[in-house]
Design a protein around this ligand. Structure first.
Ligand code: CTP
Ligand code: CA
Length: 225
């Protein structure tokens, strides 16, 4: 009976979810971050868990706690996130909801940077590895790879281009312009971009977006087991 009650469409499936911001260090006490709360990634991990999946939840320093019942792998920066995701392979699907910092500071300081009589520090940057693109082209690529796209203009066009550039199967695109209140808010309005189609989903709570997406992932994995 226990078995029957716990049997969900994603039973026996391992799914990796990335979530939250990353923190890129400047010195031991300072970092560069972004406004991601980790709410959408956390909701997604919970929804996948509810359908029976075994979830590896690779998360940066989010402002919402991780859901119960998932394997939490906490990281700080983008390079640690890439290592954690790679170590979690193989998986049946991977969903990249994290807001990974695009750049890290090149000239980090081992000691706290001190003021220098009004002389200003200069930060140099270098590009972080693209985790989604790396996993999409990995020898152990999961059968279903889903990216997110955070855009502030021409959302669908940018996201379609991103899907091809990254080599993922689907992109969940959202408009993160400040006036939408999505980044850090409790609702999301997304477009699901698949190989041949664009679906415009109505604005709804992030956990409802998560449940719909988890359902779609379950259907896709049933179609290609
Ligand atoms: N992503 C990633 N690793 C990075 C940057 C992004 O895995 N270093 C993932 C995000 O988790 C998301 C997708 O790639 O699933 C798209 O992120 P986004 O920031 O929208 O795209 P970028 O390729 O970074 O392009 P840009 O920020 O210039 O629009
Ligand atoms: Ca980016």
């Amino acid at each position: 009976i226990d078995q029957a009650l716990s049997a969900g469409p994603l039973n026996g499936k391992h799914i990796i979810v990335t979530s939250g911001p990353t923190h890129e260090p400047i010195d031991p006490v300072r970092y560069i971050a972004n406004r991601s709360s980790g709410a959408q990634g956390g909701a997604l991990a919970a929804a996948l868990r509810d359908l029976g999946a075994q979830v590896s939840f690779v998360t940066g320093p989010a402002s919402v706690p991780p859901p119960a019942g998932v394997k939490v792998i906490a990281i700080q920066d983008a390079r640690e996130m890439l290592t954690a995701v790679t170590s979690a392979l193989p998986a049946d699907a991977a969903v990249f909801a994290a807001a990974v910092a695009d750049w890290r500071v090149k000239n980090t300081s081992d000691q706290k940077m001190k003021k220098q009589n009004g002389a200003l520090p200069t930060l140099e940057f270098e590009e972080n590895p693209d985790i989604l693109a790396t996993i999409s082209r990995h020898a152990k690529r999961p059968p279903l790879v889903v990216g997110f796209a955070a855009e502030t203009e021409t959302v669908v066009e940018h996201a379609q281009a991103k899907r091809l550039r990254k080599g993922c199967d689907w992109i969940v695109a959202n408009d993160v312009s400040p006036e939408t209140g999505i980044m850090g808010g409790s609702e999301n309005a997304v477009h699901l971009i698949t190989e041949g189609a664009v679906e415009d989903w109505p604005r709804m709570p992030k956990d409802e977006v998560a449940r719909h997406l988890a359902q779609r992932i379950a259907e896709a994995l049933e179609a290609k087991p």
